[in-house]
Design a binder for this molecule. Structure first.
Ligand SMILES: Nc1ncnc2c1ncn2[C@@H]1O[C@H](COP(=O)(O)OP(=O)(O)OP(=O)(O)O)[C@@H](O)[C@H]1O
Ligand SMILES: [Mg+2]
Length: 171
């Protein structure tokens, strides 16, 4: 796993699904009631896979976690309530409002929104944004930006070591 913390965000090279699970666990450890995470990236990038990693780390039964197909919101019962949205099939951002998205965001659960790019203007200002891109058969490049405890997550992923930080002057 290569980790790079920059002023623009946190970049993580996930070399396998196991590493995606580690990222999911670090995110799960950092969320609080009301956190909204927007997931961006093309079809098959691993958005649902990362949702699964986060939800399992929050003690949701693996069998409960769906890949949202026609249902636009799934709810999982974990250490905190998890609302899993998929904006892919939304006709337009107004349909997102019609789902009552704002009420979920204002609530005490964790909201995970796939295809966040389609509803960006409807997400709270303090949304954590995670973009996934395919970089190999089992490799994914994750870019974490927006508000988020990226330094904490970088440190945890690095196992307590200081991650590469080009923003910091070398000694
Ligand atoms: N390191 C990895 N992290 C995440 N997924 C991976 C990784 N390596 C391989 N994969 C595979 O990539 C696929 C990702 O599918 P997934 O459904 O999560 O994508 P998605 O971004 O949700 O797509 P969609 O836009 O269709 O919802 C899965 O089959 C998963 O097993
Ligand atoms: Mg998906």
């Amino acid at each position: 796993m290569r980790i790079e913390l920059t002023p623009g965000g946190l970049y993580v090279e996930l070399e396998s699904e196991t590493e995606t699970d580690l990222l999911g666990r670090s995110l799960a450890n950092a969320v609080t009631p009301g956190t909204v995470i927007g997931l961006e990236g093309p079809l098959g990038a691993g958005k649902t896979r990362l949702v699964r990693a986060i939800a399992e780390a929050l003690d949701v039964a693996p069998s409960a976690i769906a890949s949202p197909t026609f249902v636009l919101i799934h709810e999982y019962d974990g250490r905190l309530p998890i609302y899993h949205f998929d904006a892919y099939r939304l006709k337009d951002p107004d349909s997102f409002d019609a789902l009552g998205a704002a009420d979920y965001f204002a609530g005490d659960g964790l909201c995970l929104v796939e295809w966040a790019d389609r509803v960006l203007a409807r997400l709270p200002e303090e949304t954590w944004l995670v973009r996934l891109e395919v970089s190999g058969a089992a490799a994914r490049r994750a870019t974490l930006r927006g508000t988020g405890p990226w330094e904490l997550i970088a440190r945890e992923l690095a196992g307590g070591r200081t991650p590469d930080s080009p923003s910091r002057a070398s000694p």
